[in-house]
Write a protein that binds this ligand. Structure first.
Ligand code: NAP
Length: 288
């Protein structure tokens, strides 16, 4: 079986390494080809010269690229050569609408589509412990479960096409709130002159403990904001959440506030930093 991966960014590279470690990965492609060449050398697999050539051989294609337009660009590029019954699994975070368009385009070539966004950060991608929420046909998901298990600790089938991305939107709204709470609380701790390392250790073990505090708490208080999860990407996700909420006439005040904060940071040139760079707006000037 030929299994290919497209998109070797912060997430995709860890996912590709885990697929390769389990002996599944046969081909990779990345827009910046030097990244694909380097990983192909490391993993001793083929870097495809183009998406079309990769699609001509693949039985399963996994992709993890940035945003809605990027996913549709990749899907359009596979259409000319994709084989019938190929399964395309999109792990990018995009809108449910994009997932539905991608599924329709692939159906016109008798290929299958699963929207399968993930949560768990670059650490989860590296360690193979991602949580994956999947939309599409259950019998298609069942065929690829052993492959996905090399990247994930948890895989949940959510329903028809688009419901994986709908679930990921829920995750992203929560991530915004958690970011606001953790950055604000740690800036408060810092202003109080508390020992931050101990604060993080003890709070992480109690009712307010959470992944973001454990994995980003210390680094943000030391003004390290390497990605991670680029805040410009989270901004893109929150825009998707907002559009979905408008459809249901629902309010997302926390999302609105977080988008405004991210826009300030993006205008100041911090869009490629981890979302924990929100701490810049909450802490005393010396940490900005
Ligand atoms: P990233 O580091 O910025 O990588 C993006 C990848 O997509 C790169 O390989 C990039 O190629 C490729 N790409 C972008 N536009 C493309 C296009 N038009 N055609 C082909 N390839 C294209 O981003 P990431 O952090 O890996 O995130 C990828 C996706 O996973 C996003 O949808 C993000 O929201 C989601 N996600 C991220 C995290 C996280 O913690 N980072 C967690 C869960 C989900 P180049 O190398 O040429 O730039």
């Amino acid at each position: 079986m030929q299994i290919a991966m497209i998109g070797l960014g912060a997430m995709g590279i860890g996912m590709a390494r885990n697929l390769a470690k389990a002996g599944y990965l046969t081909q990779i492609w990345n827009r910046t080809s030097s990244k694909a060449q380097a990983l192909a050398g490391e993993l001793n697999i083929q870097a495809a010269p183009s998406i079309a050539e990769l699609a001509a051989q693949a039985d399963i294609i996994i992709l993890c690229v940035s945003a809605d337009n990027d996913v549709l660009e990749v899907i359009n590029a596979v259409l000319s050569s994709i084989k019938p019954n190929t399964i395309v699994i999109d792990c990018s975070t995009v809108s449910s609408e994009t997932a539905k368009i991608a599924a329709q385009l692939l159906a016109s070539k008798h290929a299958h589509f699963l929207d399968a966004p993930v949560s768990g950060g670059v650490e989860g991608a590296k360690n193979g412990t991602l949580a994956m929420m999947v939309g599409g046909k259950q019998d298609i998901l069942d065929k690829v479960i052993p492959i996905l298990e090399t990247m994930c600790a948890r895989i949940i089938y959510m329903g028809s096409t688009g419901s994986g991305q709908g679930t990921k939107a829920v995750n992203q709204i929560m991530a915004a709130g958690i970011n606001q709470a953790v950055t604000e609380a740690l800036a408060f701790a810092q202003a109080e002159g508390l020992p931050l390392e101990k604060v993080i250790e003890v709070v992480s073990g109690g009712a307010a403990g959470n992944w973001f505090l454990s994995h980003r708490g210390l680094s943000m208080t030391q003004a390290h904001y390497d990605p991670g999860f680029k805040l410009a990407l989270h901004h893109k996700d929150l825009k998707i959440c907002q559009t979905m909420a408008e459809k249901n006439a629902a309010d997302l005040p926390l999302v609105q506030q977080t988008m405004r904060d991210y826009e300030r940071l993006m205008h100041a040139g911090f869009g490629d930093e981890d979302i924990s760079a929100l701490y810049r707006l909450k802490s005393k000037p010396k940490d900005r």
